[in-house]
Design a binder for this molecule. Structure first.
Ligand SMILES: Cc1cc2nc3c(=O)[nH]c(=O)nc-3n(C[C@H](O)[C@H](O)[C@H](O)COP(=O)(O)O)c2cc1C
Length: 172
Protein backbone atom coordinates (compact mmCIF):
# COMPACT_ATOMS: atom_id res chain seq x y z
CA UNK A 1 0.00 0.00 0.00
CA UNK A 2 0.94 3.67 -0.19
CA UNK A 3 1.74 5.29 3.13
CA UNK A 4 1.98 9.03 3.65
CA UNK A 5 3.83 10.30 6.71
CA UNK A 6 3.47 13.92 7.77
CA UNK A 7 6.46 14.68 9.95
CA UNK A 8 5.81 17.79 12.02
CA UNK A 9 9.29 18.04 13.53
CA UNK A 10 11.42 21.00 12.54
CA UNK A 11 14.57 18.99 13.36
CA UNK A 12 15.63 16.99 10.31
CA UNK A 13 17.79 14.58 12.34
CA UNK A 14 15.79 14.81 15.52
CA UNK A 15 13.99 12.27 17.66
CA UNK A 16 10.74 12.23 15.70
CA UNK A 17 12.59 11.76 12.42
CA UNK A 18 14.49 8.79 13.90
CA UNK A 19 11.18 7.08 14.73
CA UNK A 20 9.80 7.93 11.30
CA UNK A 21 12.91 6.55 9.57
CA UNK A 22 12.65 3.26 11.49
CA UNK A 23 8.96 2.96 10.64
CA UNK A 24 9.69 3.66 6.96
CA UNK A 25 12.47 1.05 6.94
CA UNK A 26 10.14 -1.64 8.26
CA UNK A 27 7.28 -0.71 5.95
CA UNK A 28 9.54 -0.66 2.90
CA UNK A 29 10.91 -4.10 3.83
CA UNK A 30 7.34 -5.34 3.49
CA UNK A 31 7.05 -3.77 0.03
CA UNK A 32 4.96 -0.74 0.98
CA UNK A 33 5.74 2.55 -0.70
CA UNK A 34 6.21 5.38 1.75
CA UNK A 35 6.27 9.12 1.17
CA UNK A 36 7.44 11.33 4.03
CA UNK A 37 6.63 15.03 3.94
CA UNK A 38 8.56 17.21 6.38
CA UNK A 39 5.87 19.82 6.89
CA UNK A 40 8.30 22.26 8.50
CA UNK A 41 10.21 22.43 5.21
CA UNK A 42 7.01 23.49 3.45
CA UNK A 43 5.11 26.73 3.29
CA UNK A 44 1.77 25.78 4.82
CA UNK A 45 -0.37 28.51 6.32
CA UNK A 46 -3.12 27.87 8.83
CA UNK A 47 -6.77 27.69 7.83
CA UNK A 48 -8.33 31.17 7.67
CA UNK A 49 -11.88 29.92 8.17
CA UNK A 50 -13.22 31.72 5.08
CA UNK A 51 -15.38 28.74 4.05
CA UNK A 52 -14.38 29.21 0.39
CA UNK A 53 -13.66 25.44 0.26
CA UNK A 54 -17.23 24.64 1.32
CA UNK A 55 -18.85 27.19 -0.97
CA UNK A 56 -17.48 28.49 -4.27
CA UNK A 57 -14.25 26.48 -3.93
CA UNK A 58 -16.00 23.14 -4.18
CA UNK A 59 -13.46 21.40 -1.94
CA UNK A 60 -10.44 23.49 -2.94
CA UNK A 61 -8.70 25.76 -0.47
CA UNK A 62 -8.47 29.44 -1.40
CA UNK A 63 -4.85 29.53 -0.22
CA UNK A 64 -2.34 28.31 -2.75
CA UNK A 65 0.74 27.07 -0.96
CA UNK A 66 2.55 23.79 -0.33
CA UNK A 67 -0.61 22.27 1.13
CA UNK A 68 -1.43 21.48 -2.51
CA UNK A 69 1.35 18.85 -2.36
CA UNK A 70 -0.23 17.24 0.68
CA UNK A 71 -3.68 17.19 -0.93
CA UNK A 72 -2.12 15.46 -3.96
CA UNK A 73 -0.23 12.95 -1.80
CA UNK A 74 -3.43 12.12 0.10
CA UNK A 75 -5.07 11.14 -3.19
CA UNK A 76 -2.48 8.37 -3.56
CA UNK A 77 -2.31 7.24 0.06
CA UNK A 78 -3.98 4.25 1.73
CA UNK A 79 -2.59 5.14 5.14
CA UNK A 80 -1.71 8.39 6.85
CA UNK A 81 0.76 8.54 9.73
CA UNK A 82 1.13 11.72 11.75
CA UNK A 83 4.46 12.28 13.50
CA UNK A 84 5.32 15.13 15.83
CA UNK A 85 7.37 16.16 18.80
CA UNK A 86 5.13 17.22 21.67
CA UNK A 87 5.17 21.02 21.93
CA UNK A 88 3.30 22.34 24.94
CA UNK A 89 1.23 19.14 25.16
CA UNK A 90 0.16 19.33 21.51
CA UNK A 91 1.41 18.92 17.96
CA UNK A 92 3.88 21.41 16.52
CA UNK A 93 2.22 24.48 15.03
CA UNK A 94 3.42 23.51 11.57
CA UNK A 95 1.70 20.12 11.72
CA UNK A 96 -1.40 21.69 13.25
CA UNK A 97 -1.60 24.10 10.28
CA UNK A 98 -1.59 21.17 7.85
CA UNK A 99 -4.20 19.26 9.87
CA UNK A 100 -6.50 22.31 9.99
CA UNK A 101 -6.32 22.55 6.22
CA UNK A 102 -7.87 19.06 5.90
CA UNK A 103 -11.07 21.03 6.54
CA UNK A 104 -11.30 21.69 2.79
CA UNK A 105 -11.64 17.98 2.04
CA UNK A 106 -14.81 15.98 2.31
CA UNK A 107 -12.69 12.92 2.97
CA UNK A 108 -8.97 12.23 3.09
CA UNK A 109 -8.57 10.89 -0.43
CA UNK A 110 -8.60 7.12 -0.25
CA UNK A 111 -6.92 6.94 3.16
CA UNK A 112 -8.42 4.21 5.35
CA UNK A 113 -5.81 3.69 8.06
CA UNK A 114 -3.88 5.93 10.36
CA UNK A 115 -1.13 5.92 12.99
CA UNK A 116 0.49 8.35 15.39
CA UNK A 117 4.16 8.80 16.27
CA UNK A 118 5.13 11.16 19.11
CA UNK A 119 8.38 12.20 20.73
CA UNK A 120 8.72 14.21 23.92
CA UNK A 121 11.02 15.17 26.74
CA UNK A 122 8.80 13.83 29.53
CA UNK A 123 6.43 10.95 30.03
CA UNK A 124 2.65 11.40 30.37
CA UNK A 125 2.42 14.40 28.03
CA UNK A 126 0.56 12.77 25.16
CA UNK A 127 -3.08 13.20 26.10
CA UNK A 128 -3.65 16.35 24.03
CA UNK A 129 -2.19 14.85 20.85
CA UNK A 130 -3.91 11.50 21.36
CA UNK A 131 -7.23 13.22 22.01
CA UNK A 132 -6.99 15.21 18.78
CA UNK A 133 -5.82 12.15 16.84
CA UNK A 134 -8.61 9.93 18.10
CA UNK A 135 -11.39 12.48 17.85
CA UNK A 136 -10.39 13.87 14.45
CA UNK A 137 -8.86 10.95 12.63
CA UNK A 138 -10.44 7.80 13.98
CA UNK A 139 -13.83 9.10 15.16
CA UNK A 140 -14.65 12.05 12.87
CA UNK A 141 -12.88 10.82 9.72
CA UNK A 142 -13.55 7.18 10.47
CA UNK A 143 -10.01 5.91 9.86
CA UNK A 144 -8.74 2.69 11.39
CA UNK A 145 -6.11 3.31 14.05
CA UNK A 146 -3.11 1.04 13.43
CA UNK A 147 -1.11 2.20 16.44
CA UNK A 148 0.18 4.98 18.64
CA UNK A 149 3.92 5.10 19.33
CA UNK A 150 5.61 7.37 21.84
CA UNK A 151 9.17 7.98 23.02
CA UNK A 152 10.26 10.26 25.86
CA UNK A 153 13.63 11.15 27.37
CA UNK A 154 16.17 8.36 26.94
CA UNK A 155 13.74 6.27 24.90
CA UNK A 156 14.33 8.72 22.06
CA UNK A 157 16.62 7.19 19.44
CA UNK A 158 17.10 4.09 21.65
CA UNK A 159 17.63 0.84 19.76
CA UNK A 160 14.65 -0.66 21.57
CA UNK A 161 12.30 2.11 20.47
CA UNK A 162 13.54 2.15 16.89
CA UNK A 163 13.13 -1.64 16.73
CA UNK A 164 9.51 -1.18 17.88
CA UNK A 165 8.87 1.29 15.06
CA UNK A 166 10.62 -0.95 12.51
CA UNK A 167 8.48 -3.86 13.65
CA UNK A 168 5.34 -1.76 13.36
CA UNK A 169 6.25 -0.96 9.75
CA UNK A 170 6.84 -4.64 9.04
CA UNK A 171 3.52 -5.58 10.63
CA UNK A 172 1.46 -3.66 8.08
C1 LIG B 1 8.74 24.59 21.87
C2 LIG B 1 8.92 23.28 22.56
C3 LIG B 1 7.92 22.81 23.40
C4 LIG B 1 8.05 21.58 24.04
N1 LIG B 1 7.04 21.13 24.84
C5 LIG B 1 7.16 19.94 25.46
C6 LIG B 1 6.13 19.45 26.31
O1 LIG B 1 5.09 20.08 26.49
N2 LIG B 1 6.31 18.26 26.92
C7 LIG B 1 7.46 17.52 26.75
O2 LIG B 1 7.58 16.45 27.34
N3 LIG B 1 8.45 17.94 25.92
C8 LIG B 1 8.32 19.12 25.28
N4 LIG B 1 9.33 19.56 24.44
C9 LIG B 1 10.47 18.66 24.18
C10 LIG B 1 10.32 17.92 22.83
O3 LIG B 1 9.03 17.35 22.68
C11 LIG B 1 11.36 16.79 22.76
O4 LIG B 1 12.67 17.32 22.90
C12 LIG B 1 11.28 15.99 21.48
O5 LIG B 1 12.04 14.81 21.61
C13 LIG B 1 11.80 16.79 20.28
O6 LIG B 1 11.63 16.03 19.11
P1 LIG B 1 12.45 16.39 17.77
O7 LIG B 1 13.90 15.98 18.02
O8 LIG B 1 11.83 15.61 16.70
O9 LIG B 1 12.34 17.86 17.58
C14 LIG B 1 9.22 20.79 23.82
C15 LIG B 1 10.24 21.29 22.98
C16 LIG B 1 10.09 22.50 22.36
C17 LIG B 1 11.21 23.01 21.45
Amino acid sequence: MHILVLNGSPRVNGNTSAMVDAFVEGAQEKGHSVKVIAVCRKEIAGCVGCEYCHTRGGGRCVQQDDMEKIYEALEQADMLALASPVYYFGFTGQLQCAVSRFYALEKLGRVKQTALILSSGSDDVYEGCIYEYKESFTEYMGLEDKGIFTAFGDQNKSEEKLAELREFGRSL
